[in-house]
Design a binder for this molecule. Structure first.
Ligand code: ADP
Ligand code: ASP
Ligand code: MG
Length: 405
């Protein structure tokens, strides 16, 4: 008998019929003699709809109220799934994140899990129940409800799998696994059978939304194998585990894109010590993560400073940077939110020359202008105009021959 944690995403539980079909899948796993803990996302687009509702009644909804509101989406799907299992004749109990023992810090809308106390879940499993946990949420020490960031149900699932020492964490979604590019953008994209945590973390952090980056991080930290597979069929999926192929060199594993990007440029910054700290410290204090930073060489002690933030953080970032720009006597501050990051990722690129040049040439051949470039050991990212993303991803997929094994 194994303990299995499964997670079903929003599209897999989008309506009553789909919830019943997920219930049948879970029943089958239970019948095979396993203990099952299931994490669910909110039904379909519920989270977006709840955010819309909040903005209908308030220009700036309070963080605390918004998190409590959003957490209800996952409570609805978890209770319905428990009812569907019950009507199939299976003992099931639904738990909110708080009831499931998930304790987080108090950063609303992007809370981090501090610890998981699995006692209640273990107790319910001991009674023979299938345990359904509402994903994406937890509770602070002060008993306020928090959410873990968009896509955070994956992180709930892996955190529970780690705490319960489950054999595997299975993430069921609307595609058959992790592909060499978003299959919606690149029909020729190929499903990967296996991928290492390190590469998957880079893919997820740079836009492959099929799994939440923090879920991959936790999987690696606690050594939880993660399966990503379809909730609509039984095809084998992709296993994320310890480095799958250490010796495969000279290869790009995937192309990812992320449209949640905005660029801020502070023009005419006086070039003197302390300026970068004056700009970036307040952003860090506001918990705004800054990705790419480029400062050009100064001419007559005046430089331009450009950096990127998530598009969703742009208005907060501008509200912080504009007054600072005035204080330090910079000329002005401009923002551009119609950008996309396109990245090539692969451990095979480590210490191998030629990948960057090939990427730049491919984009050039498409007439695509590269605005900013960043790299890690296993990734090269170009920031380009949003309207060219499809051309860029498809051309790079062809250039690096990712449709081939
Ligand atoms: P869920 O609701 O199940 O959490 P998501 O919408 O969050 O599902 O993630 C699944 C989606 O991720 C797919 O429909 C697919 O379009 C997208 N996606 C982006 N990049 C990739 C990739 N490299 N491999 C697979 N899917 C990807
Ligand atoms: N329902 C949340 C979202 O839409 C969490 C999740 O689906 O993982 O982001
Ligand atoms: Mg998701």
């Amino acid at each position: 008998m194994a303990l299995i944690v499964q997670k079903y995403g929003g599209s897999s539980v989008a309506d009553g019929e789909k919830i019943k079909s997920v219930a049948r899948r879970i029943a089958k796993i239970k019948d095979e003699g396993n203990e099952v803990v299931v994490v669910v996302s909110a039904m379909g687009d519920t989270t977006d709809e709840l955010i819309n509702l909040a903005h209908q009644v308030s220009e700036q909804p309070s963080d605390r109220e918004l998190d409590l509101l959003l957490s209800t989406g996952e409570v609805v799907s978890s209770t319905l799934l428990a009812m569907a299992l019950d009507s199939l004749g299976y003992k099931a109990v639904s738990l909110s994140g708080a009831q499931a023992g998930i304790e987080t810090d108090s950063k609303y809308s992007r809370a981090r899990i501090l610890r998981v106390d699995p006692k209640r879940i273990a107790n319910e499993l001991g009674k023979g129940n299938i345990v359904i946990v509402a994903g994406f949420q937890g509770m602070t020490q002060d008993m306020d409800i928090t959410t873990l960031g968009r896509g955070g149900s994956d992180t709930t699932a892996v955190a529970l799998a780690a705490a319960l020492k489950a054999e595997i964490c299975q993430i069921y979604t609307d595609v058959e696994g992790v592909y060499t590019a978003d299959p919606r953008l690149v029909p020729q994209a190929r499903k990967l059978d296996k991928i290492g945590y390190e590469e998957m973390l880079e893919l997820a952090s740079y836009g492959a939304k099929v799994i939440h980056p923090r879920a991959v991080e936790l999987g690696e930290l606690y050594d939880v194998p993660i399966l990503v597979a379809s909730s609509f069929n039984d095809s084998p999926g992709t296993i994320i585990c310890k480095e799958a192929s250490m010796e495969i060199r000279n290869k790009v594993s995937g192309i990812v894109h992320d449209t949640n990007v905005a660029k801020v440029t502070v023009i005419g910054v006086p070039d003197r010590p302390g300026i970068a700290a004056a700009i970036f410290e307040p952003l860090a204090n506001a918990d705004i993560s800054v990705d790419t930073i480029v400062q050009n060489a100064s001419i007559e002690n005046i430089a331009d400073l450009t950096f990127t933030v998530a598009r969703s953080d742009l208005s907060r970032a501008m509200a912080i940077v504009e007054p600072i720009a005035r204080d330090i006597e910079a000329k002005r501050c401009v923002a551009d939110s119609k950008l996309t990051k396109v990245s090539i990722v692969g451990t095979g690129m480590m210490n191998m020359p030629g990948y960057a040049a090939k990427m730049f040439r491919t984009l050039y051949a498409q007439g695509i202008n590269i605005q900013l470039i960043t790299t890690s050991e296993i990734r090269i990212t170009c920031i380009i105009s949003e309207d060219r993303v499809k051309d860029a991803v498809q051309a790079l997929h062809r250039a690096f021959e990712l449709e081939k094994e």
